[in-house]
Structure formats: C-alpha cells, structure tokens
Design a protein around this ligand. Structure first.
Ligand code: FAD
Length: 286
C-alpha cells in the first residue's frame, strides 16, 4: 500500500524504524528484531539506508522480508549524495522487483573527505529521478530545528518547499525533544504553503551514549526536563531506559492530543521498546 494513502485516512498512525545490519554476521539478529517489530502490526515500517550504500543489499532484503513474509507496508530509505545515477536506477529496479513502492528520498550526509560521486547534490534531485523511474510514493526528510547546514530556518523551509514540489507526498521529521519546536515548525511550513502530511519522528532515548551521539550529530535541543532525567538516571541503564520510553510516550500523547496524527518511532531495532510504546497507546490508537 502507498504510504500517502495510509496518511490520508482520518486516523492516528504509528510506525517504526529499523536499520539494516552493518555486516553479514549480525544479519540474523537484525532480521529477528525486525520480525518482532513487524508482529506488532504497525501502520508501516521504515528501513534505513547506509550512507555510503555499502549495506544497500541488506536494506532491500530486510524491506522485502517485511513486505512479503510479514505483510507490512514498508518505507525504504535511499540516499544519493555518495551514489551515481546508475546505482540509484539499479536500486529502484530492485525495489520494484521486490514490490517496494514507498521510498524516503534522502541526500545523505556528506562524508568528511567529500562525496565520492557528484551526480547528486540535494535530495530534491533524487525525488525527481524516483518519480521518473516508476510509480513510487516518495517521502522526504524535514528538520523542525532547521538542518545543520542551513544558514537559517526560513531558507531551509524554502528548500523544503522545492523538495515537496519535486514530488514528495509526505515528510518525516528529524527527532525533537520539545513538542513546541514541532508546533512552531508546522505553523511555519503551512504558512509557506507546504500542505503534505508530516510524520513526527520520535526517538526514545534509552542510554547516555545515544544522547551524546545525537547532540554531536544534529545539535538537537535538549529541554531541561529531559536533561534532568539524564542527570538522575544516566548511570542506571534500566532506569534510564524506563524513563526514556516514558518521556517519548508522553511526547507522543501530547502530539496526538494537539492534532499531530502520524507518529514514527525511531525504534532502533529494539522490539521491546516499540512494544512498550504501542501498549501504552493502545486506547489512543483505537
Ligand atoms: P536535502 O533535502 O538535500 O537538504 C540538505 C541541505 O541542503 C539542507 O540544509 C537544505 O536546506 C539544503 N538545500 C536543499 N536544496 C538546496 C538547494 N537547491 N540549494 C542550496 N541548499 C539546498 N541518512 C542516511 O544516510 N540514511 C538514512 O536512511 C537516513 N534516514 C533519515 C530519515 C529521516 C527522517 C531524517 C530526518 C534523516 C535521515 N538521514 C538518513 C539523514 C540525512 O541523510 C541527513 O540529514 C542529510 O544531511 C540531509 O538529507 P536530506 O535528504 O534532508 O537533504
């Protein structure tokens, strides 16, 4: 099913993200985790794509199994900045062959030494190519706090509008820990005429290492309430995990209460976290 059709329905949706194994030796454990998340019957699942494309086969295999074996609607990520047009075409052919009809079109981070290919500069170019090469439903990424490279939020939103006009039918947000940032972003993009559905990306932070990585990579704002949790429970893994899941769940409840109907959980291949969040929302999701 096309994700654009799922998001058109007048209902709250909950989806989960998984990432492919970095090497073949961990394939089985990742496949097992994704199967357990699929058993929760989310509205859809997304499968990320290794920035350099090195794990692209795993992305296709995991996505294909989710679709064919477990009947889950899948959003397959695809990045372009380190890729060639020929490689993108071959990936799209593989997606078609496996019945994968939803693609999250991403630029990817530019590697420290510069991109190894120069066929693509921005995700909008990939969106156009995907649309030309098949009947895909295409989504894009968006950044409620602004993308790290953008000089300001207004410029970033104008670029986002171009990406949507290139053919994005929905947007998924970068993680955020303060819902007011999302409400402000939604107001600003709607004001600029971006009308496609926005899926709110929520990251349950369950260990301190994760927080350091997040702030180093994207400079995401951490509210005082969140920092207090980390200060108090950061050196107690079980308590941190519990508090992190509850924080994410409360964020989700507030979003839904304020009319944000589409929630994507960065479940990081952890079925127990996906299950706990889903169980806490059981009445809300009915
Ligand atoms: P773009 O939309 O191309 O934007 C990148 C920057 O370029 C922005 O600052 C934008 O304002 C600017 N820009 C856009 N167009 C122009 C223009 N014409 N002229 C000048 N500036 C312009 N990475 C992975 O490697 N694999 C994944 O699976 C993955 N999944 C992700 C999922 C989500 C929901 C999100 C939010 C991010 C994901 N990423 C993933 C990370 C993403 O690849 C990086 O954040 C990357 O730096 C930007 O990708 P983009 O598609 O948003 O780029």
């Amino acid at each position: 099913m096309k994700i654009s059709d799922i998001l058109k329905q007048d209902k709250v949706t909950l989806s989960f993200e998984v990432f492919p194994p970095k090497n073949s030796s961990s394939y089985e454990s990742v496949a097992q985790a994704t199967q357990e998340i699929a058993a929760l019957r989310p509205d859809f699942m997304s499968v990320t794509y290794g920035a350099g494309g090195g794990t692209s086969e795993h992305t296709v295999h995991i996505a294909s199994d989710l679709h064919k074996k477990y009947g889950v609607t899948v959003l397959t990520h695809l990045t372009c900045v380190s890729s060639t047009k020929a490689h993108v075409s071959s990936m799209l052919e593989a997606f078609k062959a496996h019945g994968l009809e939803n693609v999250l079109a991403l630029r990817g981070d530019i590697p420290a030494g510069g991109a190894p290919a120069n066929d693509y500069r921005f995700a909008a170019e990939l969106v156009c190519d995907i649309k030309e090469q098949g009947d895909f439903c295409v989504g894009g990424a968006c950044y409620p706090e602004g993308h790290v490279e953008a000089s300001n939020k207004t410029e970033d939103i104008l670029r986002l509008k171009e990406k949507v006009e290139a053919g994005c039918e929905f947007l998924t947000t970068q993680m955020f820990f303060d819902n007011n940032i999302l409400y402000n972003f939604l107001y600003r993009i709607r004001e600029k005429g971006i009308t496609v559905p926005v899926v709110a990306g929520i990251m349950p932070v369950t260990n301190v290492k994760q927080i350091k990585r997040i702030t180093a990579m994207s400079g995401t704002y951490l509210p005082e309430r969140f920092k207090a949790i980390v200060d108090r429970f950061g050196d107690n893994p079980a308590a941190m995990k519990q508090a992190g899941v509850i924080y994410a769940t409360e964020q989700i409840i507030d979003l839904i209460a304020n009319g944000v109907n589409h929630i994507h959980v960065y479940s990081m291949n952890k079925p127990e976290i996906a299950a706990e969040i889903q169980a806490s929302l059981s009445e809300i999701l009915k």
